[in-house]
Design a protein around this ligand. Structure first.
Ligand SMILES: Nc1ncnc2c1ncn2[C@@H]1O[C@H](COP(=O)(O)OP(=O)(O)OP(=O)(O)O)[C@@H](O)[C@H]1O
Ligand SMILES: [Mg+2]
Length: 242
């Protein structure tokens, strides 16, 4: 276990020249225009950028939820270009976890069953899926909320449950799209600290899209999405200088 964590140079995501465009009526909008990104195990990379700059589009492509129209992407050492939809789903389920701004928990299931869901989808027997979900929720400080439904949880608690759901399959990388965007500063900071702890404890890589520059500067690296590409974040340097 410790040996795994001490090999932080394992590449979990590698994107080279990713491109993605959308047709908007007569107009062609080139949202991603040659994105290069390498993410190593146990690393937290923050991505900032203006609204509409393509951050979510990039996460969807990295997460195998959308197909880029050019470039190459490997996930956990697997080239994804020629994979069938089924193989992409399998790789997504085995290797990646997702957290969004809005928790997307299922309202009719309690915390344990929401977290157990990806394991059940992956064909794990119900009893052991629930055991693993329960253990993880306890580890994340939610032992007193196991049976609560999403409607009975605070915003911060819901995001922690969503984080547990993303992690229960032990993904090599979590892709988080403004996971703290809907929380007050104090709660956002707590959720961020939990993400940091997960990175440290499990060696999980995290790609974190955020508008919060104060959080972004606490990541290992911060990149900025400008003109469809990623570059070292000058926004952040400007922000900390002002
Ligand atoms: N399915 C789609 N069809 C057409 N255009 C799209 C589609 N998805 C995204 N876009 C366009 O791509 C651009 C980038 O959108 P994206 O959601 O990636 O931005 P973002 O950086 O995540 O913005 P925000 O910070 O507001 O979440 C926008 O101009 C958006 O309108
Ligand atoms: Mg977005």
């Amino acid at each position: 276990m410790t040996e795994d964590l001490s090999t932080p140079k394992t590449l979990v995501l590698k994107a080279v020249g990713l491109s993605r465009h959308f047709e908007d009526g007569q107009r062609r909008v080139q949202v991603l225009d040659g994105v290069d990104l390498s993410v190593h195990a146990g690393e937290m990379v923050a991505i900032v950028g203006a609204s509409g700059s393509g951050k979510s589009t990039l996460l969807h492509c990295l997460g195998l939820l959308d197909r880029p129209d050019g470039g190459e992407l490997s996930v956990a050492g697997n080239a994804t270009g020629g994979l069938s939809e089924k193989a992409r789903s399998r790789l997504r389920n085995q290797c990646l976890g997702f957290v969004y701004q809005f928790h997307h928990l299922l309202p009719e299931f309690n915390a344990v069953d929401n977290v157990a869901m990806p394991l059940i989808v992956g064909k794990e027997p119900l009893a052991s899926a629930r055991d693993r979900a329960r253990d993880l929720l306890i580890e994340m400080g939610l032992g007193h909320r196991l049976q609560n439904y999403p409607g009975q949880l605070s915003g911060g608690e819901r995001q922690r449950v969503a984080l547990a759901r993303a992690l229960v399959t032990r993904p090599v990388c979590v892709l988080a799209d403004e996971p703290t965007g809907n929380l007050d500063r104090e709660t956002a900071s707590q959720v961020f600290e939990l993400i940091t702890r997960i990175r440290d404890d499990f060696g999980t890589a995290v790609v974190l899209v955020t508008h919060d520059l104060k959080l972004a500067e606490r990541a290992d690296r911060c990149l900025s999405m400008v003109n469809g590409r990623l570059s070292d974040s000058e926004i952040l340097n400007d922000a900390s200088a002002s």
